[in-house]
Design a protein around this ligand. Structure first.
Ligand SMILES: NC(=O)c1ccc[n+]([C@@H]2O[C@H](COP(=O)([O-])OP(=O)(O)OC[C@H]3O[C@@H](n4cnc5c(N)ncnc54)[C@H](O)[C@@H]3O)[C@@H](O)[C@H]2O)c1
Length: 363
């Protein structure tokens, strides 16, 4: 058993990240192995507690099953299967499996609720699903959410559900949390993504428009954090895995524009709110981290007003000229940032801001 623990430790540290593009069930095993290993380390230093022992045996059986499914267990000249109980041999097979895996991807959906391109959160959801997550896709655009969920389920059956959700409504948050718990049994990650832009001169912004932007871009994030931490803390406690809140702010929450007062203000609020939530969760020892992500222009439907005005090519080129790297970003540029902050690879990162801005804030 000690040897198997050593195997899982290696598995945990060296293989999990390389297995990202592998089949979901295989990665789930790795993640469970990781949780089991942590539980084992936490609960029982001298030997391995009975519960963990059972778990580890199960994990090994699953790994072997995967090896068999992949026809990786070749009999020797005498028709005998190799001694897969040996950790080194198992590891060797795992590495071979990893190398052999096709580069599985969840193909991007055509259209976004009829709007043409994928938003940031769709790309992030696809990355998370490839990493073994199941996602509740909650949006005020129920039809769009259903289309995204259906297309994810085409390749990863049962990995996504769609929920209707207006982030400005507190009752909706309560219901969405309950529905997520019912569907998936808990919550490890919340991505507060819903947002609208407003490009308008200060003197032209009505109080109503100001409040509307803040209601979605800032109040929605506050309500999300407020209503997610309870369920997340419960899930963290039960599973031994961490919780993570990822708030999608904007580079506009760090650098300002002359005609973006409402958006600048709301997105700056998200940045600081994320830090406050991080400190609250740390103080309460909830095992939940909170960070913000700050994209510059990314090719999503949020840029549609500009595209309508200048045409796609000209609009993107115009924005790209403002970015040191010379181009606007793609949804996946931000999806990987979300994936990092959502995962335990960032377990020591909280209260931070991660910029995906092509260098614009370095100027
Ligand atoms: N694309 C960019 O250039 C860019 C840059 C910086 C920050 N962001 C931020 O990224 C986030 C995602 O934007 P995107 O680019 O994917 O645009 P998007 O328009 O595709 O996505 C925004 C989503 O929010 C949803 N939404 C709007 N109001 C809602 C409400 N009241 N309740 C629930 N859902 C609501 C919309 O239906 C839509 O699906 C936003 O917070 C945005 O401010 C985007």
């Amino acid at each position: 058993m000690v040897e198997l623990l050593a195997l899982l430790e290696l598995y945990d540290e060296d293989l999990v990240s390389d297995l990202r593009d592998g089949p979901v069930d295989f990665l789930e095993i790795a993640l469970e192995a990781k949780a089991g290993f942590r539980r084992a380390a936490k609960e029982d230093h001298a030997g391995v507690g009975a519960r963990n022992e059972v778990f580890l045996v199960d994990a090994r059986r699953e790994i072997l099953k995967e090896l068999r499914r992949s026809n990786e267990l070749e009999p020797d000249g005498n028709g005998r299967l190799p001694p897969v109980d040996e950790p080194d041999v198992l590891l060797d097979y795992l590495i071979r499996l990893r190398r052999k895996k096709p580069d599985e991807t969840v193909p991007p959906r055509k259209g976004n609720g009829g709007r043409g391109r994928a938003g940031l959160v769709e790309a992030a959801a696809r990355r998370l699903v490839l990493d073994g997550a199941r996602v509740a896709f909650a949006d005020v655009n129920r039809k769009g959410a259903e289309q995204v969920a259906a297309s994810i389920n085409e390749t990863h059956q049962g990995a996504a559900i769609a929920l209707s959700h207006d982030v400005t409504k507190e009752d909706d948050w309560v219901r969405v949390m309950a529905e997520t718990e019912k569907a998936f049994g808990g919550l490890h990650v919340l991505v507060n993504n819903a947002g609208i832009g407003l490009t308008k001169d200060l003197e032209a912004i009505t109080l109503e428009a100001w409040r509307h932007v803040h209601a979605i871009d800032l109040d929605g994030v506050f309500l999300g954090c407020k209503h997610a931490v309870g369920l997340m803390a419960k899930t963290v406690k039960a599973s031994g895995l961490g919780g993570s809140i990822v708030n999608i702010s904007s580079i506009s929450g760090i650098i300002a524009g002359h005609n973006m007062a409402a958006y600048n203000s709301a997105k700056a609020g998200v940045r600081h709110l994320s830090k406050s939530v991080a400190l609250y969760c740390a103080k309460k020892q909830m095992g939940i981290r909170s960070n913000s992500v700050h994209p510059v222009f990314i090719a999503t439907p949020i840029l549609d007003p500009l595209v309508a005005r200048y045409g796609k090519e000209e609009a993107y080129a115009k924005l790209g000229r403002q970015v040191p790297l010379g181009t606007i970003g793609e949804p996946d540029d931000i999806a990987y940032a979300v994936l990092y902050l959502a995962s335990d690879e960032s377990k020591f990162v909280t209260g931070a801001e991660l910029k995906g801005d092509g260098g614009i804030s370095a100027m």
